[in-house]
Ligand binder design. Structure first.
Ligand code: UDX
Ligand code: ADP
Length: 464
């Protein structure tokens, strides 16, 4: 089975970069990335590649090389389905906001719509690849829809979860730790699996391509994210203890990280993890465990989320407490809104929750982020539903430059670890702020001794 035409449904943070890499590494394969969002597709097709909808270091260069050659972005979903040998489903799977499993289970309605559309349109056999993160046994539901509503053509279903992290998507795709491909245990299933192995083999070495059954693959994605998030919550739990014991969480992280069994990565204490995956996937894991009656398993993983919520809240509380127990009418500047550096993605970013807390305390919040638009910031706040759009726009200001943002601020808080924040002229920032000038470092990013010498009152996560 040789693949020469790929369709990817969903031109988001997963579908866009992944398909760009496949197109770049497989010039013999035509790749159509489709989306129902016309605006998003228009941005992907913007003649100026710097305007593509996703900011990722190195991505625009790759798009420039491949777009119009063997990589195409379109809203013509049906034609792309018809033409494809292999269809990746990369649509969003947010946490359900209604009904059974509200606030925990993954909402699979977009996946189901895709499956129904593929079944209705396809006139030849197709390999369907689950790329979005899905609850274990989703492939079963997909199979049922495809077989019961299809035109009698054959569908093979593969699970190929994406492990790229935002901000490093291009290098993660280029040099993945592993590519995981789960397949149904049938002769045809194995052939489909091999077809996808062959696609990745164009640039990934064989020993890094792992093949499993579909269920192991689906569950491995949730498990990987749960383990990573657990490490962040573990070090964040310790950060609070460090603050009261005069230990330094960075020193503790370094000390334990040199143990090869523990390893040094993902031990950076922060204001709390964000992103589209960690919280959603753990809630999903908790929900699945509960569904099977495994309450202890569910409670164990839920604690990772409880700790993360606590970390975000306690950072915001610390700001209020330090500013003499009131921030009412005070200007607080947040540097960073993205959930991590080098991305314009803000989903579940700690900054959203810190801002909301401060707005509830009647602070005048000002935000500066190098890559996030003001419309995105207001949309994130509005999504919480705490107050009206009008009120959010009145209380929170977005600035396009850092120096204006800190002008006359009572406090500045670093919420994203953007490299440029370290380079700023902090003496100038100090002079622009009201005194005492409070500095809260939610990322342990700055040189705190230097900041104290400049005159700042410094509070950082994880240090007494
Ligand atoms: C994550 C997984 O890493 C990736 O494999 C999966 O495909 C999707 O989910 P992502 O959410 O893009 O990727 O970013 P990641 O680098 O994992 O960071 C997630 C959050 O944890 C960020 O808010 C980050 O700032 C935070 N974090 C990470 C810490 O606070 N400390 C750390 O040591 C590491
Ligand atoms: P992720 O981070 O998982 O890539 P995104 O939200 O960035 O998630 O991207 C998912 C994309 O899938 C969105 O652009 C959305 O418009 C698209 N999408 C959702 N449902 C469909 C569908 N039925 N057909 C085509 N595109 C879809």
């Amino acid at each position: 089975m040789k693949v020469s035409n790929i369709c990817c449904i969903g031109a988001g943070y997963v579908g866009g970069p992944t398909m760009t890499m496949i197109a770049a590494k497989c010039p013999h394969i035509k790749v159509n990335v489709v989306d129902i969002n016309q605006k998003r597709i228009d941005s992907w097709n913007d003649p100026d590649v710097n305007n593509i909808p996703i900011y990722e270091p190195g991505l625009s260069d790759l798009v420039k090389k491949t777009r119009g050659e063997n990589l195409f972005f379109t809203t013509d979903v049906n034609q792309a389905i018809l033409d494809a040998d292999m269809i990746f489903i990369s649509v969003n799977t947010p946490t359900k906001t209604y009904g059974v499993g509200k606030g925990m289970a993954a909402d699979l309605k977009y996946i189901e719509l895709c499956a129904r559309q593929i079944a209705e349109v396809a006139t030849s056999d197709k390999i369907i690849v689950e790329k979005s993160t899905l609850p274990v046994r989703t492939a079963e539901a997909l199979r049922s829809i495809l077989d019961n509503t299809g035109n009698g053509v054959h569908f093979d279903i593969l699970s190929n979860p994406e492990f790229l992290a935002e901000g490093t998507a291009v290098s993660d795709l280029l040099n993945p730790d592993r590519v995981l491909i789960g397949a149904e245990n049938t002769e045809k299933g194995k052939k489909a699996q091999q077809a996808l192995v062959d696609v990745y083999s164009n640039w990934v070495s064989q020993e890094r391509i792992l093949t499993t059954n579909v269920w192991s693959s689906e569950l491995s994605k949730l498990t990987a994210n749960a383990f990573l998030a657990q490490r962040v919550s573990s070090i964040n739990a310790l950060s609070e203890l460090c603050e009261v014991t005069e230990a330094d969480v960075n020193e503790v992280a370094r000390a334990i990280g040199t143990d090869s069994r523990i390893g040094a990565k993902f031990l950076q204490s922060s204001v709390g993890f964000g992103g589209s995956c960690f919280q959603k996937d753990i809630l999903n894991l908790v929900y699945i465990a509960q569904t099977y009656g495994l309450q202890e398993v569910a409670d164990y993983w839920e604690q990772v989320i409880i700790m993360n919520d606590h970390q975000k809240r306690r950072f915001a509380k610390k700001i209020v407490k330090t500013l003499f127990n009131t921030v009412s009418g005070k200007k607080i500047t947040l540097l960073g809104w993205a959930f991590k550096k080098d991305t314009n993605d803000t989903r579940e970013s700690a900054a959203i929750y810190v801002a909301d807390y401060l707005l509830n305390e009647q602070a005048e919040v000002t935000v500066y982020d190098p890559k996030v638009t003001s419309e995105q910031i207001y949309s994130d706040l509005n999504y919480l539903g705490t107050r009206s759009d009008e009120e959010n726009r009145r209380l929170l200001k977005v600035e396009s430059g850092p120096m204006k943002a800190v002008e006359n601020a009572h406090a500045t808080a670093v919420l994203t670890e953007w490299d440029e924040f370290v380079q700023y002229d902090w003496k100038d920032i100090y002079e622009r702020m009201l005194k005492p000038a409070f500095l809260f470092d939610g990322r342990m990013l700055l040189d705190h001794e230097k900041m104290k010498q400049i005159g700042f009152d410094v509070y950082t996560i994880g240090k007494g």
